[in-house]
Write a protein that binds this ligand. Structure first.
Ligand SMILES: *[C@@H]1O[C@H](CO)[C@@H](O)[C@H](O)[C@H]1NC(C)=O
Ligand SMILES: *[C@@H]1O[C@H](CO)[C@@H](O)[C@H](O)[C@H]1NC(C)=O
Ligand SMILES: *[C@@H]1O[C@H](CO)[C@@H](O)[C@H](O)[C@H]1NC(C)=O
Length: 451
């Protein structure tokens, strides 16, 4: 049983079993049993900040994709405690038989009867039409890694010279994407607390802002697609000026991200004794030439049948991510399969499907290999017309293509922390990065409302 530190966590009825990690070095120890002054000091810093304690509470709940129920309940309870109206949208897990494990997207807006709507109080049946939607995802990649605090190690000296802003917050989801969940909630709370925060000549209206936290971003994007096709979305999106998508962009504004495309290749051979291979047909031997060609396809010039390139994103890249075939070393393999993912620097999914098909068929003229292409998409352009931000392009996919957005609505992608650690064992970010992102989000909201 893990002790929950901090005021926010203590106020919330959550109870998480961490029996599996008992004994890990990162485990905070009960104060009474084993005093750890440094941990207590760091923990106090977190507890003293609404943003940091909100972030900690959310990160302490495990939420690997398809297992987002507990964190969803926590986020809903936090939002309701702050007088948000919360609407949930059920997103079924494929193959799930236990319907009590209901995964939900969370859509929330300030309860206008509590916050005052400047003459815009809507009846309980209608929902407000916000101008800015702030969205991020509550699922993470596996495995869960417990939340922990540390000070960066300095060569030769202790860690005492580090400042508050240098405190490193580590654990699964601390960057991707619970940093954005916490920062987006705090952004809206801060605007609600000070409706004049936009400046002297304009006042923010509580009905201008809404929050969306989706499930399933890390595997299928089913959470965002469910929202995109829901009545909730079609009934509320008429006044959108901008959607702010939260993903780790190192505190920079993304000008776009690469596209993605996948192919699954299957080879059906004929089993035989390995001493008499001519009596069979090796599925592994059938698939290898295709993999060899695909593996290098990012380096082949486009005019020679290679993958698209662009000035903005550079080369498309290839990952032969999964391959298997055969049953034993002394049996000619009957079946082989490989899954390959392409990160696209240009072109459309249709164009890349042709490039990939042509490359494979050049070494498989009899079309013996079975190809199954996933739905993919080309590079996704994003808006970056806000002054004062450094810009970046990123190579990962996001939920941006999973939502149908009307012409003219700005799409911003922004968040603290680096994608380079986001799915790793060392996922983490500093207090300074998290707090800077709160200021960044406020500037993006301001810009969106004033434009
Ligand atoms: C929520 O609204 C109630 C009034 O209905 C108020 O007493 C309470 O302080 C509000 N809570 C927050 C966190 O704003
Ligand atoms: C379904 O899940 C709930 C919550 O995890 C659990 O309490 C219940 O026993 C499960 N039911 C079945 C039939 O597995
Ligand atoms: C292609 O892949 C999809 C997704 O994995 C799967 O549902 C479908 O059955 C596959 N089709 C074929 C012909 O294998």
């Amino acid at each position: 049983m893990k002790l929950l530190w901090g005021a926010a966590a203590a106020l919330l009825p959550i109870c998480v079993s961490f029996a599996d990690v008992t004994g890990s070095e990162q485990q905070p120890l009960p104060v009474s049993d084993s005093p750890d002054p440094e941990h207590d000091r760091l923990s106090d810093v977190i507890a003293a900040s609404p943003l940091l304690s909100l972030h900690r509470a959310i990160c302490e709940v495990e939420s690997v994709s398809d297992d987002e129920v507990a964190v969803g309940k926590l986020v809903i309870s936090i939002l309701e405690a702050h007088n948000f109206t919360v609407k949930t949208l059920s997103v079924p897990s494929p193959g799930a038989t236990n319907t009590t494990k209901e995964r939900v997207d969370i859509y929330a807006y300030p309860d206008l009867s509590k916050y005052g709507g400047d003459g815009q109080i809507t009846s309980s049946e209608t929902i407000p039409k916000p101008k800015v939607l702030l969205s991020s995802h509550i699922d993470t990649v596996p495995p869960h890694i417990p939340y922990s605090l540390s000070l960066p190690k300095r060569k030769g000296s202790g860690s005492s010279s580090a400042s508050r802003k240098d405190i490193l917050i580590s654990g699964r989801g601390t960057v991707d994407d619970k940093a954005c969940v916490a920062v987006q909630i705090q952004t809206v709370l801060d605007f609600l607390a000070d409706p004049a925060a936009l400046g002297t000549d304009s006042v923010i209206n509580p009905s201008d802002l809404a929050l969306l936290f989706v499930v399933g971003e890390e595997n299928r994007g089913d959470g965002m697609r469910a929202f995109s096709t829901s009545d909730l979305y079609s009934n509320s999106n008429a006044n959108y000026k901008a959607i702010l998508f939260g993903e780790p962009t190192e505190g920079k504004l993304a000008t776009g991200h690469k596209g993605i495309f996948m192919v699954s290749i299957k080879a059906y051979g004929k089993a035989a004794h390995s001493g008499y291979p001519w009596l069979g047909r090796s599925a592994n031997s059938m698939i290898l030439p295709a993999l060899n060609v695909l593996d290098k396809l990012g380096d082949v010039p486009e005019e020679e049948g290679g993958l698209p390139r662009s000035e903005k994103y550079g080369k498309s890249t290839v990952n032969v991510g999964l391959m298997y075939g055969g049953v034993a070393g002394n049996v000619v393999p009957e079946f082989a399969r490989a899954d390959v993912t392409f990160r696209l620097a240009g072109g459309t999914a249709e164009q890349v499907q042709k490039v990939v098909t042509d490359a494979i068929r050049a070494v498989d003229p009899d079309e013996l290999l079975e190809l199954n292409f996933s739905q993919g998409y080309g590079p996704v352009p994003l808006d970056a017309d806000v002054e004062g931000f450094d810009t970046i392009t990123v190579n990962y996919g996001t939920d941006v293509p999973n939502i149908e957005v009307a012409e003219g609505v700005k799409k911003y992608l922004y968040g603290p922390g680096s994608i380079l650690v986001a799915h790793g064992k060392n996922e983490g970010l500093t207090v300074g990065e998290l707090e800077d992102a709160l200021e960044g989000y406020k500037r993006l909201v301001k810009h969106s409302l004033e434009s």
